[in-house]
Ligand binder design. Structure first.
Ligand code: FAD
Length: 411
Protein backbone atom coordinates (compact mmCIF):
# COMPACT_ATOMS: atom_id res chain seq x y z
CA UNK A 1 0.00 0.00 0.00
CA UNK A 2 1.27 3.49 -0.86
CA UNK A 3 2.40 5.59 2.10
CA UNK A 4 -0.26 8.10 3.17
CA UNK A 5 0.93 11.30 4.79
CA UNK A 6 -0.83 14.13 6.57
CA UNK A 7 -1.42 17.29 4.51
CA UNK A 8 1.46 19.07 6.29
CA UNK A 9 3.79 16.15 5.50
CA UNK A 10 4.86 15.78 9.14
CA UNK A 11 3.14 12.43 9.75
CA UNK A 12 2.83 9.09 8.03
CA UNK A 13 -0.34 7.04 8.70
CA UNK A 14 0.40 3.55 10.06
CA UNK A 15 -2.55 2.01 8.18
CA UNK A 16 -2.25 -1.50 6.75
CA UNK A 17 -5.18 -0.94 4.39
CA UNK A 18 -7.29 1.85 2.98
CA UNK A 19 -10.84 1.09 1.95
CA UNK A 20 -13.05 3.14 -0.33
CA UNK A 21 -16.60 1.86 0.18
CA UNK A 22 -19.13 2.53 -2.55
CA UNK A 23 -22.24 1.73 -0.50
CA UNK A 24 -23.34 1.98 3.13
CA UNK A 25 -23.27 -1.84 3.15
CA UNK A 26 -19.57 -1.68 2.25
CA UNK A 27 -18.98 0.71 5.17
CA UNK A 28 -20.73 -1.73 7.52
CA UNK A 29 -18.58 -4.57 6.16
CA UNK A 30 -15.35 -2.54 6.62
CA UNK A 31 -16.27 -1.84 10.23
CA UNK A 32 -17.23 -5.45 10.94
CA UNK A 33 -14.08 -6.92 9.40
CA UNK A 34 -11.49 -4.55 10.92
CA UNK A 35 -10.27 -4.64 14.51
CA UNK A 36 -9.58 -0.90 14.44
CA UNK A 37 -10.95 1.63 11.94
CA UNK A 38 -10.61 5.38 11.38
CA UNK A 39 -12.14 7.56 8.70
CA UNK A 40 -9.87 9.90 6.78
CA UNK A 41 -11.21 13.25 5.67
CA UNK A 42 -8.81 15.61 3.91
CA UNK A 43 -5.89 14.73 6.29
CA UNK A 44 -5.38 18.32 7.50
CA UNK A 45 -4.72 17.23 11.08
CA UNK A 46 -1.12 17.37 12.34
CA UNK A 47 -1.21 14.54 14.90
CA UNK A 48 -2.27 10.87 14.97
CA UNK A 49 -5.92 11.51 15.97
CA UNK A 50 -7.20 9.68 12.89
CA UNK A 51 -4.46 7.09 12.55
CA UNK A 52 -6.34 3.78 12.22
CA UNK A 53 -5.12 0.31 11.28
CA UNK A 54 -7.71 0.40 8.52
CA UNK A 55 -8.56 3.76 7.01
CA UNK A 56 -11.95 4.36 5.45
CA UNK A 57 -12.12 7.01 2.73
CA UNK A 58 -15.74 8.00 2.06
CA UNK A 59 -15.08 9.89 -1.22
CA UNK A 60 -16.94 7.31 -3.32
CA UNK A 61 -20.05 7.87 -1.20
CA UNK A 62 -20.03 11.65 -1.65
CA UNK A 63 -23.18 13.14 -3.13
CA UNK A 64 -24.13 16.77 -3.82
CA UNK A 65 -25.42 18.76 -0.81
CA UNK A 66 -29.20 18.90 -0.45
CA UNK A 67 -30.43 22.38 0.44
CA UNK A 68 -33.75 22.89 2.20
CA UNK A 69 -34.42 26.61 1.86
CA UNK A 70 -37.60 26.59 3.92
CA UNK A 71 -35.94 24.92 6.93
CA UNK A 72 -32.64 26.73 6.35
CA UNK A 73 -30.70 23.50 6.43
CA UNK A 74 -28.25 21.72 4.20
CA UNK A 75 -27.59 17.99 4.33
CA UNK A 76 -24.04 16.98 3.36
CA UNK A 77 -22.36 13.63 2.97
CA UNK A 78 -19.39 12.67 5.16
CA UNK A 79 -16.68 13.42 2.60
CA UNK A 80 -18.04 16.75 1.32
CA UNK A 81 -15.53 19.59 1.59
CA UNK A 82 -16.38 23.17 2.50
CA UNK A 83 -15.09 24.22 -0.97
CA UNK A 84 -17.71 22.04 -2.62
CA UNK A 85 -20.43 22.97 -0.14
CA UNK A 86 -19.93 26.71 -0.48
CA UNK A 87 -20.13 26.44 -4.29
CA UNK A 88 -23.61 24.92 -3.96
CA UNK A 89 -24.71 27.35 -1.23
CA UNK A 90 -23.61 30.32 -3.31
CA UNK A 91 -25.79 29.19 -6.21
CA UNK A 92 -28.75 28.87 -3.79
CA UNK A 93 -27.93 32.29 -2.25
CA UNK A 94 -27.56 30.68 1.19
CA UNK A 95 -24.69 30.89 3.68
CA UNK A 96 -22.99 29.38 6.72
CA UNK A 97 -22.25 31.52 9.78
CA UNK A 98 -18.46 31.28 9.44
CA UNK A 99 -15.58 29.31 7.93
CA UNK A 100 -12.06 28.31 8.96
CA UNK A 101 -8.92 29.86 7.49
CA UNK A 102 -9.26 27.56 4.48
CA UNK A 103 -12.20 25.79 2.77
CA UNK A 104 -10.26 22.67 1.72
CA UNK A 105 -11.35 20.63 4.79
CA UNK A 106 -14.03 17.95 4.87
CA UNK A 107 -17.13 18.99 6.83
CA UNK A 108 -17.08 15.72 8.81
CA UNK A 109 -13.36 15.99 9.64
CA UNK A 110 -13.54 19.66 10.62
CA UNK A 111 -16.60 19.35 12.83
CA UNK A 112 -15.18 16.19 14.48
CA UNK A 113 -12.39 18.30 16.03
CA UNK A 114 -14.18 21.61 16.75
CA UNK A 115 -12.50 23.50 13.89
CA UNK A 116 -13.14 27.23 14.05
CA UNK A 117 -12.68 30.61 12.42
CA UNK A 118 -12.66 33.89 14.32
CA UNK A 119 -15.46 36.11 15.67
CA UNK A 120 -16.37 37.10 19.22
CA UNK A 121 -20.03 36.26 18.61
CA UNK A 122 -19.44 33.29 16.29
CA UNK A 123 -19.25 29.70 17.51
CA UNK A 124 -16.91 27.19 15.90
CA UNK A 125 -17.97 25.29 12.77
CA UNK A 126 -19.34 22.39 14.83
CA UNK A 127 -21.97 24.74 16.32
CA UNK A 128 -23.66 24.88 12.89
CA UNK A 129 -24.40 21.14 13.05
CA UNK A 130 -28.13 20.39 13.45
CA UNK A 131 -27.92 16.64 13.13
CA UNK A 132 -25.27 14.00 12.64
CA UNK A 133 -25.78 10.49 11.26
CA UNK A 134 -23.18 7.79 11.86
CA UNK A 135 -22.69 4.08 11.39
CA UNK A 136 -21.63 2.69 14.73
CA UNK A 137 -19.46 -0.29 15.67
CA UNK A 138 -22.29 -2.85 15.38
CA UNK A 139 -23.28 -1.57 11.93
CA UNK A 140 -26.39 0.30 13.12
CA UNK A 141 -27.20 3.80 11.91
CA UNK A 142 -27.47 6.32 14.78
CA UNK A 143 -28.75 9.85 14.19
CA UNK A 144 -28.46 12.64 16.76
CA UNK A 145 -30.60 15.76 16.34
CA UNK A 146 -30.11 19.06 18.16
CA UNK A 147 -32.11 18.78 21.39
CA UNK A 148 -31.59 14.98 21.73
CA UNK A 149 -29.97 13.85 24.99
CA UNK A 150 -26.62 12.92 23.45
CA UNK A 151 -26.45 15.48 20.64
CA UNK A 152 -23.98 17.73 22.48
CA UNK A 153 -21.66 14.76 22.90
CA UNK A 154 -21.96 13.43 19.36
CA UNK A 155 -20.93 16.47 17.30
CA UNK A 156 -17.29 16.95 18.35
CA UNK A 157 -16.61 13.19 18.48
CA UNK A 158 -12.85 13.00 17.75
CA UNK A 159 -13.48 10.15 15.30
CA UNK A 160 -14.26 7.83 18.22
CA UNK A 161 -18.00 7.18 17.92
CA UNK A 162 -18.55 5.88 14.39
CA UNK A 163 -18.37 6.65 10.68
CA UNK A 164 -20.21 9.92 10.00
CA UNK A 165 -22.16 9.49 6.79
CA UNK A 166 -24.31 12.67 6.81
CA UNK A 167 -24.55 15.97 8.65
CA UNK A 168 -27.20 18.65 8.58
CA UNK A 169 -25.96 22.24 8.98
CA UNK A 170 -27.82 25.48 9.78
CA UNK A 171 -28.04 28.06 6.99
CA UNK A 172 -28.93 31.70 6.63
CA UNK A 173 -29.53 34.00 3.65
CA UNK A 174 -26.37 34.94 1.80
CA UNK A 175 -24.43 38.04 2.89
CA UNK A 176 -21.32 40.01 1.99
CA UNK A 177 -18.14 40.51 3.98
CA UNK A 178 -15.27 42.98 3.57
CA UNK A 179 -11.75 42.28 4.72
CA UNK A 180 -9.04 44.81 5.59
CA UNK A 181 -5.53 44.28 6.94
CA UNK A 182 -4.17 46.96 9.29
CA UNK A 183 -0.64 47.72 10.57
CA UNK A 184 0.35 49.76 13.59
CA UNK A 185 -1.04 47.79 16.54
CA UNK A 186 1.26 47.65 19.56
CA UNK A 187 1.27 45.15 22.45
CA UNK A 188 0.22 47.80 24.98
CA UNK A 189 -2.88 48.68 22.98
CA UNK A 190 -3.69 45.02 22.43
CA UNK A 191 -3.42 44.36 26.19
CA UNK A 192 -5.30 47.42 27.39
CA UNK A 193 -8.04 47.27 24.74
CA UNK A 194 -8.26 43.56 23.96
CA UNK A 195 -12.08 43.44 23.82
CA UNK A 196 -12.29 46.61 21.76
CA UNK A 197 -9.78 45.21 19.25
CA UNK A 198 -11.47 41.84 18.92
CA UNK A 199 -15.00 43.27 18.81
CA UNK A 200 -14.11 45.89 16.19
CA UNK A 201 -15.32 43.68 13.33
CA UNK A 202 -17.38 40.51 12.91
CA UNK A 203 -14.21 38.42 12.72
CA UNK A 204 -10.79 39.63 13.86
CA UNK A 205 -7.37 37.95 13.76
CA UNK A 206 -4.02 39.24 14.94
CA UNK A 207 -1.15 37.68 12.99
CA UNK A 208 2.07 38.07 14.89
CA UNK A 209 5.36 36.77 16.11
CA UNK A 210 6.11 37.30 19.80
CA UNK A 211 8.92 39.91 19.58
CA UNK A 212 8.68 43.67 19.69
CA UNK A 213 5.46 44.54 17.88
CA UNK A 214 2.42 42.52 16.87
CA UNK A 215 2.32 42.03 13.11
CA UNK A 216 -1.06 42.82 11.62
CA UNK A 217 -4.73 43.06 12.45
CA UNK A 218 -7.04 41.28 9.98
CA UNK A 219 -10.60 42.60 10.22
CA UNK A 220 -13.48 40.88 8.42
CA UNK A 221 -16.78 42.69 8.70
CA UNK A 222 -20.18 41.49 7.60
CA UNK A 223 -21.60 44.35 5.61
CA UNK A 224 -24.93 43.90 7.45
CA UNK A 225 -23.30 43.67 10.92
CA UNK A 226 -24.73 46.64 12.79
CA UNK A 227 -22.97 45.68 16.04
CA UNK A 228 -19.54 45.96 14.50
CA UNK A 229 -17.86 49.24 15.36
CA UNK A 230 -14.65 50.64 14.03
CA UNK A 231 -11.62 50.68 16.30
CA UNK A 232 -10.55 54.06 17.64
CA UNK A 233 -6.81 53.40 17.38
CA UNK A 234 -4.37 54.96 14.88
CA UNK A 235 -3.80 52.12 12.41
CA UNK A 236 -2.87 52.17 8.74
CA UNK A 237 -4.52 49.89 6.23
CA UNK A 238 -2.19 47.75 4.14
CA UNK A 239 -1.64 49.13 0.66
CA UNK A 240 -1.08 45.75 -1.01
CA UNK A 241 -2.48 42.23 -0.40
CA UNK A 242 -0.90 40.17 2.38
CA UNK A 243 -0.30 36.53 3.12
CA UNK A 244 -0.49 35.74 6.84
CA UNK A 245 2.84 33.90 6.49
CA UNK A 246 5.68 36.44 6.19
CA UNK A 247 7.62 36.15 2.93
CA UNK A 248 4.92 34.27 0.98
CA UNK A 249 3.07 35.95 -1.91
CA UNK A 250 -0.59 36.82 -1.37
CA UNK A 251 -1.79 35.30 -4.65
CA UNK A 252 -3.45 32.41 -2.80
CA UNK A 253 -5.29 34.72 -0.37
CA UNK A 254 -8.87 35.95 -0.47
CA UNK A 255 -9.46 39.55 -1.51
CA UNK A 256 -8.53 42.26 0.99
CA UNK A 257 -8.56 46.07 0.77
CA UNK A 258 -12.10 46.50 2.13
CA UNK A 259 -13.75 45.24 -1.06
CA UNK A 260 -17.12 43.65 -0.20
CA UNK A 261 -17.55 40.13 -1.56
CA UNK A 262 -19.37 36.87 -0.90
CA UNK A 263 -19.00 35.39 2.61
CA UNK A 264 -17.30 32.22 1.28
CA UNK A 265 -14.62 34.33 -0.43
CA UNK A 266 -13.78 36.46 2.65
CA UNK A 267 -14.10 34.34 5.83
CA UNK A 268 -11.18 32.04 4.84
CA UNK A 269 -7.78 33.69 4.53
CA UNK A 270 -6.87 31.23 1.78
CA UNK A 271 -8.63 30.63 -1.54
CA UNK A 272 -10.08 27.25 -2.44
CA UNK A 273 -8.06 27.02 -5.68
CA UNK A 274 -4.66 27.71 -4.06
CA UNK A 275 -2.30 25.91 -1.69
CA UNK A 276 -3.12 27.40 1.74
CA UNK A 277 -0.62 28.57 4.34
CA UNK A 278 3.06 27.56 3.92
CA UNK A 279 2.59 23.90 2.93
CA UNK A 280 5.57 22.31 4.70
CA UNK A 281 4.58 23.22 8.26
CA UNK A 282 3.29 21.99 11.61
CA UNK A 283 0.52 23.70 13.59
CA UNK A 284 -0.43 23.94 17.27
CA UNK A 285 -3.19 25.89 18.99
CA UNK A 286 -4.32 26.46 22.58
CA UNK A 287 -7.68 27.82 23.77
CA UNK A 288 -8.07 29.81 26.99
CA UNK A 289 -11.05 31.49 28.64
CA UNK A 290 -11.42 34.85 26.93
CA UNK A 291 -11.10 36.55 30.33
CA UNK A 292 -7.53 35.21 30.55
CA UNK A 293 -6.46 36.54 27.14
CA UNK A 294 -4.18 39.33 28.32
CA UNK A 295 -2.49 37.24 31.02
CA UNK A 296 -1.98 34.46 28.45
CA UNK A 297 -0.40 36.91 26.00
CA UNK A 298 2.03 38.00 28.72
CA UNK A 299 2.85 34.38 29.54
CA UNK A 300 3.53 33.58 25.88
CA UNK A 301 5.58 36.74 25.34
CA UNK A 302 7.80 35.74 28.27
CA UNK A 303 9.09 32.83 26.11
CA UNK A 304 8.68 34.70 22.81
CA UNK A 305 12.33 34.43 21.76
CA UNK A 306 12.36 30.63 22.11
CA UNK A 307 9.09 30.33 20.19
CA UNK A 308 10.09 32.72 17.41
CA UNK A 309 13.09 30.50 16.57
CA UNK A 310 10.80 27.79 15.18
CA UNK A 311 7.73 29.91 14.41
CA UNK A 312 6.54 31.10 11.00
CA UNK A 313 3.61 33.05 12.42
CA UNK A 314 1.01 33.01 15.21
CA UNK A 315 -2.67 33.92 14.94
CA UNK A 316 -4.83 35.13 17.83
CA UNK A 317 -8.60 34.64 17.37
CA UNK A 318 -11.73 34.80 19.54
CA UNK A 319 -14.59 32.27 19.41
CA UNK A 320 -17.97 32.24 21.19
CA UNK A 321 -18.45 29.53 23.84
CA UNK A 322 -20.68 26.52 23.14
CA UNK A 323 -22.35 23.48 24.75
CA UNK A 324 -20.62 20.71 22.82
CA UNK A 325 -19.03 18.42 25.41
CA UNK A 326 -15.65 17.91 23.72
CA UNK A 327 -15.42 21.29 21.98
CA UNK A 328 -12.34 23.30 22.96
CA UNK A 329 -14.76 26.22 23.45
CA UNK A 330 -17.14 24.25 25.69
CA UNK A 331 -18.63 26.46 28.38
CA UNK A 332 -16.45 29.48 27.80
CA UNK A 333 -16.02 32.32 25.34
CA UNK A 334 -12.51 31.60 24.18
CA UNK A 335 -9.34 33.10 22.81
CA UNK A 336 -7.27 30.79 20.62
CA UNK A 337 -3.50 31.13 20.26
CA UNK A 338 -2.40 29.45 17.06
CA UNK A 339 1.18 28.67 15.97
CA UNK A 340 2.29 27.82 12.43
CA UNK A 341 5.72 26.27 12.93
CA UNK A 342 8.54 25.35 10.57
CA UNK A 343 8.33 21.63 9.77
CA UNK A 344 10.93 20.60 12.35
CA UNK A 345 9.19 18.05 14.57
CA UNK A 346 11.87 17.90 17.29
CA UNK A 347 12.08 21.69 17.67
CA UNK A 348 8.28 21.97 17.63
CA UNK A 349 7.97 19.34 20.35
CA UNK A 350 10.27 21.36 22.62
CA UNK A 351 8.48 24.64 21.86
CA UNK A 352 5.06 23.10 22.47
CA UNK A 353 6.11 21.63 25.84
CA UNK A 354 7.33 25.05 26.91
CA UNK A 355 4.19 26.73 25.67
CA UNK A 356 1.91 24.26 27.45
CA UNK A 357 3.78 24.89 30.72
CA UNK A 358 3.29 28.65 30.31
CA UNK A 359 -0.43 28.20 29.64
CA UNK A 360 -1.05 25.66 32.41
CA UNK A 361 -2.43 28.28 34.87
CA UNK A 362 -5.19 29.01 32.33
CA UNK A 363 -6.44 25.41 31.92
CA UNK A 364 -5.63 25.74 28.22
CA UNK A 365 -7.25 23.23 25.89
CA UNK A 366 -5.25 22.21 22.81
CA UNK A 367 -6.79 22.03 19.33
CA UNK A 368 -7.58 18.32 18.91
CA UNK A 369 -6.17 18.20 15.38
CA UNK A 370 -2.86 19.97 15.99
CA UNK A 371 0.39 19.18 17.81
CA UNK A 372 0.32 19.32 21.63
CA UNK A 373 2.28 17.61 24.43
CA UNK A 374 1.88 13.84 24.78
CA UNK A 375 1.23 14.43 28.49
CA UNK A 376 -2.08 16.29 27.92
CA UNK A 377 -5.13 14.49 29.35
CA UNK A 378 -8.69 15.51 28.49
CA UNK A 379 -9.73 14.78 32.10
CA UNK A 380 -7.91 17.92 33.24
CA UNK A 381 -9.86 20.25 30.94
CA UNK A 382 -13.25 18.79 29.96
CA UNK A 383 -16.07 18.74 32.55
CA UNK A 384 -18.34 16.53 30.42
CA UNK A 385 -15.67 13.93 29.64
CA UNK A 386 -17.40 11.19 31.68
CA UNK A 387 -20.64 11.76 29.77
CA UNK A 388 -18.76 11.59 26.48
CA UNK A 389 -17.08 8.34 27.53
CA UNK A 390 -20.48 6.88 28.54
CA UNK A 391 -21.77 7.70 25.06
CA UNK A 392 -18.70 6.14 23.49
CA UNK A 393 -19.11 2.99 25.63
CA UNK A 394 -22.69 2.66 24.40
CA UNK A 395 -21.81 3.14 20.73
CA UNK A 396 -18.45 1.40 20.62
CA UNK A 397 -17.98 -0.83 23.69
CA UNK A 398 -15.22 -2.86 21.99
CA UNK A 399 -13.15 0.17 21.00
CA UNK A 400 -13.27 -0.42 17.24
CA UNK A 401 -12.80 3.34 16.65
CA UNK A 402 -10.25 3.76 19.45
CA UNK A 403 -6.89 4.97 18.15
CA UNK A 404 -3.66 5.09 20.20
CA UNK A 405 -4.16 8.88 20.22
CA UNK A 406 -7.60 8.50 21.84
CA UNK A 407 -6.25 6.03 24.42
CA UNK A 408 -3.42 8.40 25.29
CA UNK A 409 -5.32 11.68 25.58
CA UNK A 410 -8.98 10.89 26.21
CA UNK A 411 -9.43 7.50 27.90
C1 FAD B 1 -3.41 24.80 6.29
C2 FAD B 1 -4.32 24.46 7.44
C3 FAD B 1 -5.10 25.44 8.01
C4 FAD B 1 -5.95 25.14 9.09
N1 FAD B 1 -6.74 26.12 9.58
C5 FAD B 1 -7.56 25.86 10.63
C6 FAD B 1 -8.41 26.86 11.15
O1 FAD B 1 -8.50 27.97 10.64
N2 FAD B 1 -9.15 26.55 12.26
C7 FAD B 1 -9.08 25.33 12.86
O2 FAD B 1 -9.75 25.13 13.87
N3 FAD B 1 -8.32 24.34 12.34
C8 FAD B 1 -7.56 24.58 11.25
N4 FAD B 1 -6.80 23.57 10.72
C9 FAD B 1 -6.89 22.22 11.31
C10 FAD B 1 -7.99 21.40 10.64
O3 FAD B 1 -9.09 22.14 10.31
C11 FAD B 1 -8.52 20.31 11.54
O4 FAD B 1 -7.48 19.55 12.00
C12 FAD B 1 -9.61 19.42 10.85
O5 FAD B 1 -10.07 18.47 11.77
C13 FAD B 1 -9.12 18.71 9.60
O6 FAD B 1 -10.19 18.19 8.86
P1 FAD B 1 -9.97 17.01 7.80
O7 FAD B 1 -11.15 16.87 6.95
O8 FAD B 1 -8.67 17.21 7.10
O9 FAD B 1 -9.93 15.76 8.77
P2 FAD B 1 -8.87 14.56 8.99
O10 FAD B 1 -7.55 15.14 9.36
O11 FAD B 1 -8.86 13.70 7.78
O12 FAD B 1 -9.58 13.86 10.20
C14 FAD B 1 -9.76 14.50 11.43
C15 FAD B 1 -10.50 13.61 12.41
O13 FAD B 1 -11.85 13.47 11.98
C16 FAD B 1 -12.18 12.10 11.80
N5 FAD B 1 -13.09 12.01 10.66
C17 FAD B 1 -12.96 12.57 9.46
N6 FAD B 1 -14.03 12.28 8.70
C18 FAD B 1 -14.83 11.49 9.46
C19 FAD B 1 -16.08 10.85 9.24
N7 FAD B 1 -16.74 10.96 8.08
N8 FAD B 1 -16.60 10.09 10.23
C20 FAD B 1 -15.96 9.97 11.42
N9 FAD B 1 -14.79 10.56 11.68
C21 FAD B 1 -14.24 11.30 10.71
C22 FAD B 1 -10.84 11.42 11.53
O14 FAD B 1 -10.88 10.04 11.84
C23 FAD B 1 -9.94 12.19 12.50
O15 FAD B 1 -10.11 11.71 13.79
C24 FAD B 1 -5.97 23.83 9.62
C25 FAD B 1 -5.18 22.82 9.04
C26 FAD B 1 -4.36 23.12 7.97
C27 FAD B 1 -3.55 22.04 7.35
Amino acid sequence: MAVIRSWGGNREYRAVAIERPATLGDVQRSIAESPQVSVIGTRHTFNDIGDGEVLVDLSNLASPPVIDRARRRVSVSGATTYSELTWHLDRARMALHNLASLPHLSVAGATATGTHGSGSALGNLSTAVESVEMITADGDVATFHRGDDYFDGAVVHLGALGVVTRLELALEETYSVEQTVFDGLDWETLASRFDEVFDSATSVSVFTRWGATPGALWCKRRVDDRRASSLDVPLTSATSPRNPIPGIAATGCTEQGGVPGPWWDRWPHFRADAVPSAGAEIQSEFFVDRGDSVAAIEAIRAIGDELDEVLLVSEIRTIAGDDLWMSPCHGRDSTAFHFTWRRDSAAVETAVELLAQQLEPFAARPHWGKVFPTSFRAATAYERLDDFLDLRDQLDPGGRFTTPWFERHVL
